[in-house]
Design a protein around this ligand. Structure first.
Ligand SMILES: *[C@@H]1O[C@H](CO)[C@@H](O)[C@H](O)[C@H]1NC(C)=O
Ligand SMILES: *[C@@H]1O[C@H](CO)[C@@H](O)[C@H](O)[C@H]1NC(C)=O
Ligand SMILES: *[C@@H]1O[C@H](CO)[C@@H](O)[C@H](O)[C@H]1NC(C)=O
Ligand SMILES: *[C@@H]1O[C@H](CO)[C@@H](O)[C@H](O)[C@H]1NC(C)=O
Ligand SMILES: *[C@@H]1O[C@H](CO)[C@@H](O)[C@H](O)[C@H]1NC(C)=O
Ligand SMILES: *[C@@H]1O[C@H](CO)[C@@H](O)[C@H](O)[C@H]1NC(C)=O
Length: 416
């Protein structure tokens, strides 16, 4: 409530983001008690030190407004963190805080978003915020201009995982992935989830939407390895149903609230798979032998997220968000129910990434397929990015993870 009111006031004052709009009343719909599009943004604006700095950045191509689109989102306390991928040139800052005024402020600083400085962030698609520790886990591909017409990708820096304390902005760990795990010249580390063991965020799992892999980072051993399987490869779009969508390898990744399974799917595919964490936690496991085909989603999606009881994902074909429940049968899981939570042709178009804050589910809808094909207009005449907040009546998968995993009597066997 607070944020809605604050944002509303800021917007009205600055008239930079139109408002009030899309409120969906869905009392009866799957326990969603409210749903608001908190932001409607026509383009991405940054908080420049001064106007001459902004003018200089526009002049020399450091800021090209139509190449900036918000994809990733995480919310912690009163702050909304968003990412702007450096797919194309002219993105001044890749990791940012979204202010109540709809303006992006580089996070943790301008300096930490310096292009070409390998001590800084180069290209961040996603991050995870652990509400138990206040730590942000940031994945940086190290590569930019990877989707720029007429330009070759620039492999500026090694790919890395940066863990930082949100409150102090202190960097607690930097891990550079070796080239034989995460390719320095072809990776697209896209999404990240955390896995709790014995009260600690012990593992991170990361999808690679270019090289079709799932990476495992072991925090305790400060080591990484990867898994690859045919189910991670891009699938063909369904003709007549998925026309105009995009296809790519494994993208959406979601950790179950009991830290037993990781769900994954390739971009826009309807096939949903899961892999037990007991497989992922062990280097050299037979991944392929342990894959579970959970079922078919109601449509193609990008990001996914688990709450305490549900799996949330987008259905592009219906401009919707769905909520699914799965059922455990022996060692296998299958989809039991799938229900639409919200849909809108304009403001729920291409739901990209989800986040939890308390029992609020947040997501970014950004018309990404139209961005990829240069069909968006960034001159202020239309909204291109919508940021939604829904009260879904359940917490996210990381809620009280420390307490919930402390008394597990599951021995962890590390082989190799
Ligand atoms: C709604 O919430 C109730 C109580 O929390 C729960 O039992 C029920 O399964 C939920 N319904 C759906 C569709 O999620
Ligand atoms: C604008 O900000 C830049 C960078 O902080 C600084 O170097 C410059 O002196 C400032 N210019 C004016 C006119 O304040
Ligand atoms: C996140 O949840 C907390 C606790 O409910 C709330 O105080 C805070 O305002 C929320 N943050 C946002 C950005 O809504
Ligand atoms: C973890 O490994 C990285 C290699 O990229 C190294 O630079 C760093 O010092 C290690 N950190 C710890 C805590 O061992
Ligand atoms: C992994 O499991 C699959 C399927 O059960 C099997 O065909 C394959 O031989 C196994 N690979 C190894 C290296 O054991
Ligand atoms: C923005 O572009 C559209 C389509 O090209 C045009 O109709 C409109 O007048 C433009 N608006 C502004 C404010 O420049």
């Amino acid at each position: 409530m607070q944020v809605f009111v604050n944002t509303c006031r800021a917007c009205l004052l600055l008239a930079c983001i139109s408002f009030q709009l899309t409120t969906v009343s869905s009392q009866s719909r799957d326990n969603i008690s409210y749903a608001w599009a908190i932001y409607e943004l026509p383009n991405v604006q940054y908080d420049w030190p001064n106007t001459s700095e902004k003018a200089r950045a526009i002049r020399n191509g450091e800021y090209i407004v139509e190449n900036n689109i918000i994809t990733g989102i995480k919310v912690h306390m009163d702050t909304i963190y968003v990412t702007v991928p450096r797919w194309r040139p002219g993105v001044p800052s890749t990791l940012n805080v979204l202010g109540e005024d709809g303006v992006l402020r580089p996070f943790p600083s301008w300096a930490m978003n310096t292009l070409g400085d390998c001590g800084s962030l180069q290209y961040v698609q996603s991050m995870e915020v652990d509400p138990n520790t206040g730590r942000m886990w940031i994945i940086d591909t190290g590569r930019v201009d990877t989707r720029a017409a007429g330009l070759s990708p620039r492999n500026l820096c090694p790919p890395k995982l940066v863990i930082l304390d949100i409150t102090t902005k202190k960097i607690e760990r930097v891990y550079e992935f070796p080239d034989n795990v995460v390719s320095h010249t072809s990776n697209f580390m896209n999404d990240i989830v955390l896995d709790y063991v014995d009260g600690e965020a012990r593992f991170a799992y990361i999808s690679d939407t270019s090289d079709a892999k799932i990476y495992v980072y072991d925090f305790e051993r400060n080591a990484s390895y990867y898994y690859q399987d045919i189910t991670m490869n891009a699938q063909r779009l369904i003709p007549g149903v998925q026309d105009g969508l995009l296809s790519a390898p494994v993208d959406g990744i979601a950790m179950s609230a009991d830290f037993a399974y990781v769900y994954y799917c390739t971009l826009t595919s309807i096939e949903l798979y899961a892999i037990p964490t007991h497989t992922l936690r062990r280097p050299g496991a037979n991944f392929s032998a342990d894959i579970i085909h959970v079922g078919q989603k109601a449509g193609g999606s990008d990001g996914m997220v688990c709450g305490q009881t549900s799996l949330f994902y987008a259905v592009f074909e219906r401009n919707a968000v769905f909520k699914a429940h799965s059922e455990l049968r022996g060692q296998s899981i299958s989809l039991k129910t799938q229900n639409e939570v919200i849909s809108d042709q304009e403001s729920v178009k291409w739901v990209d990434t989800f986040a939890f804050n308390g029992t609020d589910l947040w997501f970014v809808a950004n018309k990404l397929n139209l961005f990829a094909t240069n069909q968006l207009n960034f001159n202020g005449s239309q909204s291109n990015m919508y940021i939604w907040r829904l009260e879904v009546g359940e917490h996210g998968y990381l809620w009280r993870a420390r307490e919930r995993t402390l008394n597990q009597n599951v021995p962890l066997v590390i082989v190799g």
